[in-house]
Write a protein that binds this ligand. Structure first.
Ligand code: PLP
Length: 451
């Protein structure tokens, strides 16, 4: 038998080798001190020193079922023992089975699926499909958005992760509309008197730019602060896109899979008129609870029909990889069996109450907002200006933000949380219990003392 790696290296050696031979992304390399993680179960993971952490943001807002779900693990083991790989040109039972399940849970009208190994690649596929199908080039995204890290998807990203690249070095043809942020409206309106002026602004952009193929939006913006549009926004955006002949792409990489208390965030709106029907929906993360890397670009049958007699110049070795599809089937069945979409709603309202109470105690909190088990706590300098405690420029300059200090303090209390610029993104596994929410919010409460 081969000696397990864990027997050949001390924890210090593991951390030193990780730091020496790998990139710690989106931070200064010299300040990267990775924690050595050895185990995870339910809402917790454990480090090499045996300390347990409550995972209050599901790692990268993706381990929706919690760690070590037995049914998903079994599906991975069975697939590995049966058919670990075939190339994407073949039919497989798991591919057919997952496709049928997607038809059940995705918004109506999305009927053809392209399987990738990340949300980034699924967005790349969506952009390419939009450009080929419409024969147009430009894609409108929004500020305070994230769509991925490859050249086109980083080009579509509004947040500062796109800044370091020269204009010519990233995907071309992306334009940015103001984000929809009713707490601090970038175009200085106030809801509801604004009549969703942000949607008018976007229409103005389409009208004044020739050649717009698509609009891409996170229906609930994730990393950039859990920004939730008002109820009228999506029906209006759908109507504008239809009238202007522009495709609507919903990037639900983070907001999908029960995170917001519906299967997908777009399901919250336009219910009276049969729901919002995006032309494409991109997702990843929660589809397998991130146990294996899978992304999907789902399109309407109408878009797909174009490719009946046009060559879709795309494809990856790992496209529709059986090892990624089998656990997705198991993960969706688990979500259904455990009724996690309803649970996200119920636990989300409990979490929301606790966070609102927290806001009343801490003047540094400008706003808490959320849907389902997807919440942001935003820190501000003062309530009048709503200026963030730290800025995007601080991040670029490598300054440690207050939210990062608070997150480090929370770790000492056994809770991990995602901190970004000037807010926290709270997105625990959908199986979280009330006592665990109490424990984590308590840790946040105590740690905010340093803010
Ligand atoms: N789109 C959104 C909304 C995301 O939140 C992310 C990742 O956080 C991506 C795209 C990129 O997905 P991935 O990291 O799987 O490439």
């Amino acid at each position: 038998p081969i000696e397990p790696l864990s027997a050949t290296m001390t924890s210090e050696e593991v951390v030193a080798a990780t730091k020496q031979f790998n990139y710690g992304t989106w931070r200064y390399q010299k300040s990267w001190n990775p924690l050595h993680v050895v185990d995870a179960e339910g809402c917790y993971f454990t480090d090499a020193a045996g300390r347990r952490y409550l995972d209050f943001s599901s790692q990268l807002m993706c381990v929706n079922l919690g760690h070590k779900n037995p049914a998903v693990i079994r599906a991975i083991q069975e697939q590995a023992a049966t058919l670990p790989y075939v190339m994407p040109g073949y039919a497989t039972t798991t591919r057919a089975g997952l496709s049928k399940l997607l038809l059940e849970v995705l918004p109506a009208g999305l009927e053809k699926f392209f399987f990738t190994t990340s949300g980034t690649e699924a967005n790349e596929a969506a952009f390419k499909i939009a450009r080929m199908y419409t024969g147009k080039t430009k894609i409108i995204a929004r500020y305070r958005s994230y769509h991925g890290s490859t050249m086109a998807s980083i080009g579509a990203t509004g947040d500062p992760r796109r800044w370091p690249l020269e204009p010519g070095a990233k995907g071309q043809g992306f334009l940015f509309a103001p984000e929809v942020n009713c707490y601090k409206c970038p175009i200085k309106h106030t809801y509801p008197g604004c009549n969703t002026a942000c949607a008018d602004y976007l229409e103005h952009m389409i009208e004044n730019e020739s050649d717009v193929a698509a609009v891409v939006v996170e229906p609930v913006v994730g990393t950039n602060g859990v920004l939730i549009p008002p109820p009228e926004y999506f029906p209006r955006l759908r109507e504008i896109c239809d009238r202007r002949g522009v495709l609507l792409i919903a990037d639900e990489v983070m907001s999908g899979w029960g995170r917001t208390g519906e299967w997908f965030a777009v399901d919250h709106w336009g219910k009276d008129s049969g729901g919002i029907k995006p032309d494409m929906l991109v997702t990843a993360k929660g589809i397998t609870s991130a146990y294996v890397p899978l992304g999907v670009c789902a399109t309407t049958a109408k878009i797909a029909a174009y490719f009946d007699d046009h060559y879709f110049a795309h494809g990856h070795t790992y496209e529709a990889h059986p090892m990624t599809l089998a656990p997705a089937v198991a993960a969706i069945h688990e979500m259904q069996r455990l009724d996690l979409v309803a649970r996200s709603r119920a636990m989300g309202s409990y979490l929301g109450e606790k966070l609102h109470a927290l806001k009343a105690r801490h003047p540094s909190i400008g706003e808490v907002r959320g849907l389902g088990l997807f919440w942001a706590v935003e820190l501000v300098k003062d309530h009048g200006s709503k200026a963030p405690l730290n800025s995007m420029q601080d991040k670029i300059d490598g300054k440690v933000a207050v939210v990062e200090k608070v997150a480090a303090e929370m770790m000492k209390r056994g809770v991990t949380i995602q901190a970004w610029i000037s807010h926290f993104v709270i997105a625990p596994p959908l199986i979280i219990e009330k006592e665990e929410i109490d424990f984590a919010v308590d840790a946040l409460d105590q740690s905010l003392g340093i803010a």
